[in-house]
Ligand binder design. Sequence first.
Ligand SMILES: NC(=O)c1ccc[n+]([C@@H]2O[C@H](COP(=O)([O-])OP(=O)(O)OC[C@H]3O[C@@H](n4cnc5c(N)ncnc54)[C@H](O)[C@@H]3O)[C@@H](O)[C@H]2O)c1
Length: 381
Amino acid sequence: MTKIKVGVVGTGFIGPAHIEALRRLPNVEVAALCEVTSELAAAKAAQLGIARSYTFDELLQQEDIQVVHICTPNFLHYSQSKAALLAGKHVVCEKPLAKDLHEAEELVELAAQTGLVNAVHFNLRYYPLARQMKAMQEKGELGEVYSIMGSYLQDWLFYETDYSWRLEPDKSGNSRAIADIGSHLMDIIEYITGLKTVEVFADFNIIHKTRKKPLKPVETYSGKMLQPEDYADIDITTEDHANVLLRFNNGNRGVITVSQVSAGRKNQLKLEIAGSKQTFAWNSEAPNELWIGKRDGNNQVLMRDPSLVHPEVRSIITFPGGHNEGFADTSKQMFKEVYAAVEAGKMPENPTFPTFADGYRELLICEKILESNQKQAWVQV
Ligand SMILES: NC(=O)c1ccc[n+]([C@@H]2O[C@H](COP(=O)([O-])OP(=O)(O)OC[C@H]3O[C@@H](n4cnc5c(N)ncnc54)[C@H](O)[C@@H]3O)[C@@H](O)[C@H]2O)c1
């Protein structure tokens, strides 16, 4: 079998997660990677067992590389996705697709013109029970959506000494918690319910108004007591915490909370969708169970098991019930669908995976949320 050759750009946290997921697919070979410098690329290639390392421009010149995964900080997604499409590569880009709506719009148009496969890594859709909720909704088992309550909480920016490029708007964009994790939440809500978010009212908060940026790479300090001269005070302009009221196109309402300063919550997306027939409640930190609430009978807990879910969900489950599947499996399941399109050489008419158009949609909602916070008023999407 000739394998589809892939190049991965950026190998910090999520790049290696893409590489691991791709290596679980029989028809794919991670042939090359690219990093911010050639030296780092070579070191990462050796560490990750990848044969070839390149600068970004060199990577695009490799004729045998058919697909490029963009796993770099947000501000690079637009320029790198655009260059990869223009070089004739299929592109899988991390979220958010771009830093602003204009960039995202251009990418959607360019991808359509080229006919190349384009995907945005909204991998949380690929928790099997997220797709089960979608399938149940489509079969009418949820009924009309009455209300939605969602949260996405993390604690990795809890201390004022916690620091990352995500705190700098020129690298991350003008929104942080909403763009970084709220984007997954907004995407999955529309994905499962089929509703459109039509109006938003947002209220942001910055808990740490200044943060301490380490002046050298953090590893330099390991094992040492940090002194005041090791840090610079940086003013923070993006939200640590946000509440957003939502109105949907069926006339009903929802609310979401996102926070990156919620001690003990490592990476928890929670959703509660109340319908006219029953309620779904699901938590990404216990993703193999779906709570189904009833008014007139016993509440239920559905375990992720291929024999218990709807038939159309089985294709994204690999292991039997009780053999838990988690975060790492979501990317594998998503890439399975993306690479079926790559094998076919073009975008399917109705893609099952999240595309650049979905990336655009999510950026549109995020921009309206930002605008609403600035105006402290309802804003139409
Ligand atoms: N879908 C998810 O669940 C998920 C999870 C984490 C991160 N992400 C997204 O992935 C992206 C990367 O996040 P991360 O946490 O891996 O960040 P990170 O800082 O850990 O890694 C980014 C990597 O990109 C490299 N890089 C920077 N500039 C580059 C350049 N010009 N060319 C090549 N490489 C370059 C850096 O050296 C680093 O290795 C972000 O956009 C983030 O939103 C998505």
